[in-house]
Design a binder for this molecule. Structure first.
Ligand code: GLU
Length: 297
């Protein structure tokens, strides 16, 4: 088997919180248990969403939790040329098209109905680029390491935007190009991204890129039953090692790794050494999410 290559790929829209720690920790443990490579990629393709300093905060937080990455930090904002080349290949093959439609125009439809597929409807207007989800690999199926067999018809999910009208690259294209460029062959991330995977598989197929294995993690939910996120004001993680210790223990508990109670205040390196040795993703509960309250003391 080729060397395991995994990554953590946060969007620097703010500091990490417990939900993002769980995703970072699971991908780290999975890579380290396999003696593989674990990279850090800052997904900063959307500058208006990324306050200055957020990427540095994320790096400090990961360091405090002992989640040290291999190699240089990769930044998507350095990769515009690679995204442009990928889009051009898709367009040449008729798998991507410019689109002038606004969300308001198709608001009565569940997904964008593809009005610009055969020519831009309003050519004088600014244009986004969309994927022809009806022409590529269909259906998309994979064996998820956590969720088992998954099958989707991407056409029912719609023609996703690859480049926005304002010229910014969209997540779907950037993530696929970068995972391939960095030789990523294992993706461990939250189940909130599960329904993005069909488009990503279509893009990999269309661009002739290798398919990584996927493990989509159960989400950490807050008291309100919603996914912990910056939007619902999940508290920021600390960026000092002593403060990180109990939260690392809590994140290991949320990942069903049963960390010994006596390690709750232990240095993060000690907690991680045990967790790497004992990492068993199969212990993750099948439930698609769990409440934070009740899951921890
Ligand atoms: N940047 C994405 C996020 O922060 C994650 C991308 C991925 O893991 O594929 O939600």
């Amino acid at each position: 088997m080729s060397l395991y290559r995994g990554r953590f790929a946060p969007t620097p829209s703010g500091p990490l919180h417990l939900g993002s720690l769980v995703a970072a920790l699971a991908s780290f443990l999975d890579a380290r248990h396999a003696r593989g490579h674990w990279g850090l990629r800052i997904e900063d393709v959307d500058p208006p969403r990324c306050p200055p300093g957020a990427a540095d905060t994320i790096r400090r937080q990961l360091d405090a939790f002992g989640l040290h990455w291999d190699g240089p930090v990769i930044r998507q904002s350095d990769h515009h040329d690679a995204y442009a080349a990928a889009l051009e290949r898709l367009a040449t093959r008729g798998l991507a098209y410019p689109c002038s439609c606004s969300r308001k125009q198709w608001r009565d439809h569940a997904v964008y109905p593809g009005w610009c597929r055969d020519g831009v409807v309003e050519p004088h207007k600014p244009q986004a680029w969309r994927l022809r989800s009806d022409l590529g690999l269909r259906p998309v199926a994979w064996e998820d390491r956590q969720l088992g067999h998954q099958a989707f018809d991407p056409a029912t999910l719609g023609d996703v935007v690859l480049k926005r009208k304002d010229g910014l690259w969209a997540y779907q294209l950037a993530v696929v190009v970068d995972d391939a460029d960095q030789g990523i062959n294992q993706v461990v991330r939250g189940a909130d991204l599960l329904d993005n995977t069909p488009w990503q598989r279509q893009l990999q197929h269309a661009l002739g890129l290798a398919e990584p294995r996927y493990l989509h993690l159960p989400l950490v939910l807050g008291d309100d039953g919603q996914k912990l996120s910056k939007q619902n004001r999940a508290p920021a993680l600390p960026d000092t090692e002593p403060a990180a210790r109990p939260l690392l223990h809590q994140a290991l508990t949320l990942l069903d790794q049963a960390p010994p109670a006596e390690l709750a205040q232990a240095p993060v390196e000690e907690q991680l050494a045990r967790a790497i040795a004992c990492w068993t993703p199969g212990r993750l509960r099948a439930a698609p999410g769990r409440r934070l309250t009740g899951a921890t003391d």
